[in-house]
Design a protein around this ligand. Structure first.
Ligand SMILES: [Zn+2]
Length: 324
């Protein structure tokens, strides 16, 4: 079984620290967590079902005793593992000289994600992993602190919670990954995959509901104004920013309550990879509403060309040919 390497370049530091805020050490589980989360987003985007391992509906299905029986675990757990079913690979984070990276990855640092198969990995799974890494690099961000928003206030730019983390570029992909949307879609719909669970609380985290605008960012402009807060519907004044401007279901969802993620993310640095992305939720907030909110804070925003969404991004991801 052959190892596969993706060579990435960090365009910002990559935060993989613990919940206590200690980010000096590189913690591979942080990268693994980000990979898995975006892999889930991709699988749901293709119409597959992916459990959320942080919730009660996580795999395995308690009614299926044997791990190799159909319905025991979902297509994401098939690769990433769950209780009773080990992950199919080991992830190594290496520098250009094949040495394990011990410390936080810094901006401009090249690093290699090496996937060492422990059991056979199917062609479709490599294809999905490859698409996941390109999704993170081209539209998303890698790592746990990506919820932080940038600031335009000069005295605050260097504060930790206003720094950008997790923006990467793919420098080199493994050769010979046979990948197209049809193959990937058929695979995630496979009848062996567990599908019988309620995913209402996290099904929004799907590429179908994802949007991205490149070259633009949201931030706080001064103590009275914040384009970020305006878009997610929070009070724009700094000392009031935990309050919602209008306490509607949409704003509550976009801003995220305690323990719950925001649904809009924005990155100012570096300029070449500047981006704002987020999610919508069927029957609550649609792409049009987000477009209109963005149009209120960005001058000359041409949603038609700039606002990329769902299906369009899926198609682009799978149109990739060999090489970069
Ligand atoms: Zn699962």
């Amino acid at each position: 079984m052959e190892v596969k390497d993706w060579q990435l370049k960090a365009l910002t530091p990559i935060w993989t620290g613990d919940a206590g805020g200690n980010g000096d050490r590189l913690i591979p589980t942080g990268i693994m967590g980000a990979l898995r989360w975006w892999f889930e987003v991709l699988v749901r985007g293709l119409g597959g079902r992916a459990c959320d391992p942080t919730t009660e509906v996580r795999c395995p299905d308690k009614n299926v005793q044997q791990a190799d029986k159909p319905g025991h675990h979902c297509v994401v757990c098939e690769l990433f593992g769950c209780t009773g079913w080990a992950r199919k690979f080991r992830l190594m984070v290496l520098d250009e000289h094949d040495q394990v990276i011990q410390n936080q990855i810094q901006a401009d640092q090249t690093f290699i994600l090496r996937f060492v198969p422990l059991r056979p990995i199917r062609e479709e799974e490599w294809c999905l992993l490859d698409a996941t890494l390109r999704l993170i690099a081209d539209y998303g961000a890698m790592g746990g602190k990506t919820v932080f928003k940038p600031s335009d206030e000069s005295n605050r730019q260097n504060q930790l919670h206003h720094q950008d983390f997790g923006i990467v570029a793919v420098d080199r992909r493994p050769e010979g990954i046979d990948c197209n949307q049809q193959l990937a879609s058929t695979f995630v719909h496979g009848s062996r995959n567990r599908r019988n669970f309620q995913d209402n609380s996290f099904s929004w985290a799907s590429l179908q509901h994802f949007w991205c605008v490149k070259g633009r960012y949201l931030a706080r402009q001064d103590s009275q104004r914040s384009s970020f807060n305006r878009v997610i519907g929070r009070d724009m004044r700094k000392n009031r920013s935990q309050q919602l401007f209008q306490n509607t279901n949409i704003n509550r969802w976009l801003a995220g309550r305690q323990q719950e993620s925001k649904k809009v993310f924005s990155f100012k640095h570096p300029e070449v990879a500047r981006r704002t992305f987020g999610f919508v939720k069927p029957r609550l907030v649609n792409f049009q509403e987000i477009e209109s909110r963005l149009g209120q804070v960005w001058s000359e925003f041409e949603a038609e060309h700039e606002f990329q969404q769902g299906e369009q991004i899926i198609e682009k991801l799978f149109q990739m040919k060999e090489g970069i």
